[in-house]
Write a protein that binds this ligand. Structure first.
Ligand SMILES: Nc1nc2c(ncn2[C@@H]2O[C@H](COP(=O)(O)OP(=O)(O)O)[C@@H](O)[C@H]2O)c(=O)[nH]1
Ligand SMILES: [Mg+2]
Ligand SMILES: [Zn+2]
Length: 342
């Protein structure tokens, strides 16, 4: 495959205006393709290399490079200088009591929320992913796989479309290249699509069909820089559309088993904007929609204009977000144990 140009890699004015004249002379921008222990695989306009992921200075938890990042590196030494400000960032709290944040992917344009036309399909889980997409500021597309195995695939399409007005929903057989071909429209020149969804829904299959490759595993480590890298790394940018015009990028994400909602209030408000609109008609601005007189939410539920199940899912997500957001702000206020922050 020919070396990509910066535009094909996703370079935009948003990034170029962050680079000073001095930096422009001494550095080159490269995009992070995958992250390994202490190293990142990067691609630039004329550069395919593995460079250190350790940046000068201490930096905050979000300053280390992740998949999809634009990294400035020194032209001669290839030493990393800094990560450019991101147009979007997916992250999650590291599992357990760890205070660290796990960075998932940066500079993503579109989120493919992948689910299948079977018992895996779950509206509450889909809503969580939609909240995440809106919070991060990327366009969500629900991808329904295994259409070929379902008796009534349209039932799943309708259920997904009901989640949000104007939500893009695509029904596919992920193993069939013709069936997935139209999804390439969501991933135009230099654009990046991240895939999320439970294990087994067909994310890897879809990436293989879209990129026309047989196995993601053969792509996990490039020959040019495979030396000393851990082959178990899964998160990686895959180039779409070999030879075709307008190739974009696909990035798989680790299964987010416990997708905790934290600091996503605006995402919740966007996904449930219909309910938020109803609450504006409640008599009291701090209405809890339980006992208060003049509660527009209870009226809407009583009239059948608002589904009780959807209202309850909204309450649950909003409550979870409130608790986790409060915990996160307490943690931030407290100095890290041992005094040093990584
Ligand atoms: N029949 C059918 N099988 C599929 C489809 N998508 C994925 N699969 C199969 O489902 C299994 C899990 O797919 P995989 O891509 O590994 O899921 P991942 O864990 O999300 O990456 C594999 O056996 C795939 O062949 C589909 O649309 N139709
Ligand atoms: Mg997979
Ligand atoms: Zn109310």
């Amino acid at each position: 495959m020919a070396d990509p140009t910066l535009a094909e890699l996703g370079w935009q004015e948003f990034f170029s205006r962050q680079v000073s004249t001095d930096e422009d002379r001494s550095c080159v921008p490269v995009r992070v393709m995958s992250v390994h222990r202490g190293m990142v695989s990067v691609l630039g306009a004329e550069l395919d290399a593995s460079v250190s992921s350790v940046l000068p200075g201490s930096g905050g938890p979000e300053d280390r490079p992740t998949v999809g990042d634009w990294l400035l590196i020194e032209r001669e030494s290839l030493k990393p200088v800094r990560v450019l400000e991101r147009s979007s960032l997916f992250k999650r709290p590291a599992p357990g009591d760890d205070q660290r944040i796990q960075l998932i992917a940066a500079n993503v344009d579109t989120l493919f929320v992948v689910t299948s036309c079977n018992e895996e399909f779950n509206v509450a889980r889909l809503e969580r992913y939609l909240v995440l997409a809106h919070e991060v500021g990327v366009r969500p597309v629900v991808i329904l796989t295994k259409a070929d195995l379902a008796e009534d695939p349209d039932h799943f399409v309708q259920a997904a479309k009901a989640l949000q007005s104007e939500l893009a929903v695509e029904l596919i057989n992920g193993r069939d290249r013709q069936s997935v071909a139209r999804l390439a429209d969501y991933c135009r020149l230099g654009e990046t699509v991240a895939l999320v969804g439970s294990s087994g829904v067909g994310k890897s299959t879809l990436i293989n069909s879209l990129t026309g490759s047989d196995s993601i595993h053969t792509q996990a480590v490039r020959e040019s820089d495979g030396k000393g890298l851990h082959t178990t790394t899964v998160r990686q940018m895959h180039r779409l559309g070999a030879g075709s015009e307008g190739p974009g990028w696909l990035v798989d994400t680790p299964g987010m088993r416990e997708l905790q909602m934290s600091e996503v209030a605006s995402g919740v408000a966007e996904v449930f904007d219909d309910i938020v609109a109803v609450t504006l008609d409640c008599r009291f601005t701090n209405c809890t929609h339980a006992q208060e007189p003049g509660c527009a939410v209870r009226v809407a539920i009583g009239r059948g204009e608002l589904a009780l199940s959807r209202y309850e899912r909204w309450r649950k997500l909003a409550a979870e977000d409130n608790v986790n957001t409060a915990i996160a702000s307490v943690r931030r206020a407290r100095p890290a144990k041992g005094g040093t922050r990584k």
